[in-house]
Design a protein around this ligand. Structure first.
Ligand SMILES: [Zn+2]
Ligand SMILES: [Zn+2]
Length: 297
């Protein structure tokens, strides 16, 4: 089970209803944050998420709307006597920017903070991996793929019967060890289970113009959270953002199950933007409001 909470869905400027970007992903007792715009700690409080459970923060790029909440978040963790180390990941220059931000004011954290500067790489964790990929935003910027490990297939009744294995503690042993000796025969886990089940894949682009790498890294994803700041290309000016139509075209080409239209400009009302998405998007889409939750599996 995975739960994605949109802590802030706006772009560039916070409004009365919406905060700047931050996405919380709860998985296996851990909370991962993707971006942490100003006010993320308050949004977490509103969503009922504890900052103490945050183990890793992935920053897409160093524009204020995506990282200025880090300082308040870290200071709050400290006030609550955090001792667990915190890992912060981001593109080139992360080390310098994060260090400068966190060393402002009369503050010294009582826990370790590790900053990891990433290029395009895969980082393996328990039960999942995160892959970073480069996007195009005029400054060093990364998108992230969250990939849950594939899970074993389901136990097949007919196979269990064939080997004469009863349902009970023996299945637990089979699961743990990968094989058991049963009635003089060695039975392996794969002998009595179906095909592996693919883990959940979620992609977050951060800010970007439409780019081929996003399509490549989103291939077959369950959810693609894509920059869709604008309805019309004319509104974009010289900024490096995407329109609803561009985001959806990438989602369609990549064959994603659902696209989340993110970083919506403050200039559009919810209804106006949603109507445009109905018109422009030919894959299942979501226009999230702040604190909306998506549950996967
Ligand atoms: Zn932004
Ligand atoms: Zn930006």
């Amino acid at each position: 089970m995975m739960e994605v909470t949109f802590l802030g869905t706006g772009g560039i400027m916070p409004t009365a209803e919406r905060n700047v970007p931050a996405i919380a992903l709860r998985y296996g007792g851990e909370t991962l944050l993707f971006d942490a715009g100003e006010g993320t700690i308050r949004q977490m409080n509103a969503a009922g998420l504890s900052p103490m459970k945050v183990s890793r923060i992935f920053i897409t790029h160093f524009h204020g709307d995506h990282y200025l909440g880090l300082a308040a978040l870290v200071q709050t963790m400290n006030l609550w006597n955090r001792t667990k180390p915190l890992h912060i990941y981001g593109p080139k220059y992360s080390y310098e920017f994060v260090k400068n931000l966190l060393s402002s004011g009369f503050f010294k954290p009582g826990f370790e903070i590790h900053v990891h500067e990433l290029g395009e790489e895969r980082i393996m964790f328990k039960g999942y991996e995160v892959q970073s990929f480069k996007v195009e935003h005029g400054v060093p910027a990364l998108g992230y793929v969250f990939r849950e490990n594939d899970r074993r297939g389901r136990f097949l009744d007919e196979k269990l019967e064939e080997y004469g294995i009863p349902k009970g503690p023996i299945l637990g042993e089979l699961e743990r060890r990968g094989w058991v000796e049963w009635k003089g025969r060695k039975v392996r886990l794969e002998d009595v289970t179906g095909p592996k089940r693919r883990g959940i894949r979620l992609v977050y682009t951060g800010d970007t113009v439409p780019c081929e790498r996003t399509r490549l890294f989103s291939e077959g994803a369950d959810v693609l959270i894509h920059d869709a700041t604008y309805i019309n290309a004319e509104d974009r000016g010289s900024s490096y953002h995407s329109t609803i139509g561009e985001a959806c075209e990438i989602g369609r080409k990549a064959g994603v199950r659902r696209i989340v239209l993110f970083h919506r400009s403050f200039r559009y009302s919810y209804d106006e933007y949603r109507d445009a998405a109905e018109r422009l998007c030919d894959v299942p889409f979501t226009v999230p409001r702040d604190l909306d939750v998506i549950r996967l599996r």
